[in-house]
Write a protein that binds this ligand. Structure first.
Ligand SMILES: [Zn+2]
Length: 374
């Protein structure tokens, strides 16, 4: 029930109690209440006392039920608000890395030039998001597998092993594996019911082996990359994705006439309650998707994976050094159109140090440890 109704209900309850007292007095005495001034004028009733009392209580209960039902029916939003779909959104760190400045902020130089000759490195966090939904715990992405640091066959192709350290400097330890990161927050990996995979890059799917009880949601378009020639050239490593234990679920986007989502090619409502809406945001990879989180009392949040490396870069239309430029710009425009309609929308990128503060502000959360974000 809404707080605004509480004083009203209290007032009516008092009135009902007073009415009951008055009726009971009339019923028992045949006169109005006289505040103790009655002088023997009471008329004895020929009905038993329990019968005289109980019809009054019954009347009060019926009045109360009608009043309560009417109050709730008039405020369906407040009734829904009584049961929050999402209790919290947490930003979890799975290590950090460095990338070339040209990679993060874009460059007119050819990609191979800055890969080999770029000298300015930018630090970035590897982050995943833990959503506490009433149907179960949901992860948005699963981080990187620390085995990439110790297993020199983690990347099968020699060209990949040669290029990786020239594109990224990884700073990952065993404690950055998703099950350990979750344990640090008091959550067992086996408690994760679903992981939404924004895209299939190795630093977003690296934890799926630790999540045998989770459905893994991926867009059908992204999954199709595995059937195209050489997905490993896009850093999509089949051998770490097509695991026997992995419960992959391909999702497609349904058309919608909701004007809010006009710029996107459909939506997918994860829980069926509007709290977690998947949106296709291609460009970084062909099947990349973002997730819109909406919860009463919060600002809406768009978890956008690697669509942009920083929220402000998307707002400034800064295209990074990888991905399909024109597709990225179209997705940026769709996201900005969404933000025009939801001005409070928090844009949250997976590799943005500003992500945690943005989520905390949107969810009115003061509990997450800011220091770990640095
Ligand atoms: Zn990526």
């Amino acid at each position: 029930m809404g707080q605004a109704q509480t004083p009203f209900v209290c007032l009516v309850t008092l009135c009902l109690a007073s009415l009951e007292r008055t009726l009971r007095h009339i019923n028992d005495t045949g006169s109005l209440p006289c505040d103790g001034k009655c002088q023997g004028g009471e008329l004895p009733s020929d009905r038993p006392l329990w019968l005289r009392r109980h019809w009054l209580i019954l009347l009060e209960v019926i009045f109360g039920e009608i009043l309560l039902a009417d109050t709730l029916a008039a405020n369906p939003d407040e009734l829904r608000g009584a049961e929050q779909a999402i209790a919290s959104v947490r930003v979890l760190r799975c290590g950090h890395a460095e990338q070339h400045k040209e990679h993060r902020y874009g460059s007119k130089l050819p990609q191979l030039w800055w890969v080999f000759f770029g000298r300015s490195w930018v630090r970035l966090p590897l982050q995943v998001f833990l959503i506490e939904h009433r149907d179960g715990l949901v992860l948005f992405d699963t981080g990187i597998d620390p085995a990439i640091m110790t297993d020199n066959r983690y990347i099968k192709q020699a060209i990949g092993r040669f290029l990786l350290p020239r594109i990224f400097k990884l700073h990952i330890t065993e404690s950055d594996r998703i099950d350990h990161v979750l344990a640090d927050t008091g959550v067992a990996a086996s408690d994760i019911r679903m992981a939404v995979i924004s895209h299939l890059h190795f630093d977003h799917v690296g934890g799926i082996a630790q999540l045998p009880d989770a459905d893994l949601l991926v867009s059908a378009r992204e999954w199709a990359i595995l059937s195209e020639p050489h997905p490993e050239r896009e850093w999509i490593l089949r051998e770490h994705i097509e695991l026997p234990s992995a419960r992959w679920r391909q999702i497609t986007f349904e058309p919608t006439d909701d004007p809010l989502f006009e710029g996107f090619g459909g939506i997918h409502d994860v829980a069926g309650d509007g709290s977690m809406i998947l949106l296709p945001t291609p460009g970084h990879t062909a099947g990349s998707m973002s997730m819109l989180i909406r919860q009463k009392g919060w600002d809406p949040i768009l978890l956008m994976g690697d669509l942009s490396y920083e929220a402000k870069l998307l707002e400034q239309d800064v295209v990074p050094g990888t991905g399909d430029g024109s597709t990225l710009l179209a997705s940026f425009a769709a996201v900005r159109r969404l933000k025009e309609q939801l001005p409070e929308l928090a844009l949250v990128a997976s590799h943005d140090f500003a992500a945690r503060a943005a989520v905390m502000q949107a969810t009115r959360d003061t509990m997450q440890d800011q220091d770990k974000a640095q």
